[in-house]
Design a binder for this molecule. Structure first.
Ligand code: FAD
Length: 389
């Protein structure tokens, strides 16, 4: 096979990149280890920044998003006895939209299918070759067991945190922070008990009340690393959520419902630089991972490919290297901003067991919730800086 851009991974980064390239008249082929059904059903992120929504709308992907997405003006921030609403629309003139990663991926999958995009699902042994030359290629084994090869002008690793592309960059610089806690996340078939997300600091540990739609709630509990999900019955989960989210306080109630999915998610920050080596470019989780507290992972993947698509179009169509040369440095500015914000939200809201830390966290929360300067900083980062920042 021959194409202009070979893309490894059909997650949000890979699918959106192929969509943007297509609109710029650039051909691509995608390879993906999982099936399309698996990729579209994978429960992950659910909060879209204003810039992500604007971008998706601008490239013809806004129809269902506008119909089904739930626009939120802000979030609730709470600690025992107090709940404050931060209104991003008032503070920074921007909002966020609740629309699951599953839905973004389905919209992208349909759009790519309608455009006749070549996507090879359920491949194995993906490898990238000759990335230091102008004729890199990707090899893989197809679902029928046949060895395949894609020759391209450029290869892009959109293969997430466990893919092979990151390791193909020789001697990268990496930074990593692991956190001493994980999230126990559940999806429940029950209407959310809140209009907008509740981020709750509690001595027992952080809790988050999020949602996916008017009938599906997404809730998280801070748990120790190594937690065995079997030790958390549905009743225990709802009891802990009720306690940490403040059920019964000031007339607010948490309505439990049937849990349809539960998992434990470790928390990690990771950045690898550069995001380009020769003719291999990295985008999304392939280059960086953030803990989910700031709702940044999916949005960062979108911001990367929004920068990368015009850079690759200029490179492969006109031989113009300028944007491609600037890609890594430009993308990393936003990556580090989001890495800091995600770390900041995480360390402000998760209890460490240290009494001094707890007082600092409460002081910080009070300042953010009650000072316009503090609230504006959170709002600007959470609702998202413009792409290209
Ligand atoms: C369990 C989990 C829960 C999350 N929850 C949240 C959340 O609540 N909020 C939030 O903001 N973010 C969350 N994230 C982060 C967010 O989902 C990611 O940042 C986002 O998916 C990044 O998109 P991506 O396309 O870069 O990577 P991915 O979505 O990981 O896509 C990479 C794709 O590459 C494929 N691939 C891997 N290896 C190969 C290979 N060898 N050959 C071919 N294809 C390959 C994978 O199957 C996958 O489809 C979560 C992440 C995980 C893992």
């Amino acid at each position: 096979m021959r194409t202009q851009v070979a893309i490894v991974g059909a997650g949000p980064a890979g699918l959106l990149l192929s969509h943007l390239l297509d609109r710029a008249g650039v051909e691509s082929v995608i390879v993906e280890t999982r099936s399309r059904a698996y990729v579209e059903a994978r429960i992950r992120a659910g909060i879209l920044e204003q810039s992500t929504v604007d971008l998706l709308r601008g490239v013809g992907l806004g129809e269902r998003l506008d119909r089904e997405g739930d626009v939120h003006r802000g979030i609730h921030l709470q600690w025992p006895g107090e709940r404050h609403h931060l209104d991003f629309a008032d503070l920074v003139g921007r909002t966020v939209t609740v629309y699951g990663q599953t839905e973004v991926t389905k919209d992208l999958g349909r759009a790519r299918e309608a455009a006749g995009q070549r996507i090879h699902y359920e491949v194995a042994d993906t490898r990238v070759h000759d990335i230091e030359t102008d004729s890199p290629f990707v090899t893989f084994t197809g679902p029928d067991g046949r060895a395949e090869r894609i020759d391209a002008d450029v290869v892009v690793g959109c293969d997430g945190s466990f893919g092979p592309c990151r390791a193909a960059v020789p001697n990268p610089q990496t930074w990593e922070r692991t956190y001493p806690y994980s999230w126990l996340g559940v999806l429940a078939n029950v209407a959310p008990s809140t209009d907008e997300l509740i981020y709750a600091w509690h001595p027992d540990g952080f809790a988050l009340h999020s949602m996916r739609s008017a009938t599906v709630s997404r809730l998280y509990l801070q748990v120790p690393n190594g937690t065995d999900i079997a030790e958390w019955s549905d009743d225990r989960i709802w009891d802990a959520l009720a306690e940490r989210l403040g059920h019964g306080r000031d007339g607010w109630t948490l309505t439990p419902g049937p849990i349809t999915e539960k998992s434990v998610l470790p928390m990690r920050s990771f950045v690898q630089q550069p995001m380009r080596h020769g003719r291999l470019f990295l985008a999304g989780d392939a280059a960086h991972i953030v803990p989910p507290t700031g709702a940044k992972g999916l949005n960062l993947a979108v911001a990367d490919v929004a920068l990368l698509a015009p850079a690759l179009a200029a490179l492969v169509d006109d031989g113009d290297e300028k944007l491609a040369d600037a890609y890594s440095e430009t993308a990393l500015r936003r990556v580090w901003r989001c890495t800091h914000f995600s770390w900041w939200m995480t360390t402000m809201l998760h209890t460490s067991g240290d009494a001094f830390d707890a007082q600092l966290q409460l002081s910080q929360l009070r300042w953010v919730a009650t000072s316009e300067a503090g609230a504006t900083g959170l709002a600007e980062n959470y609702a998202g800086l413009p792409i290209g920042f």
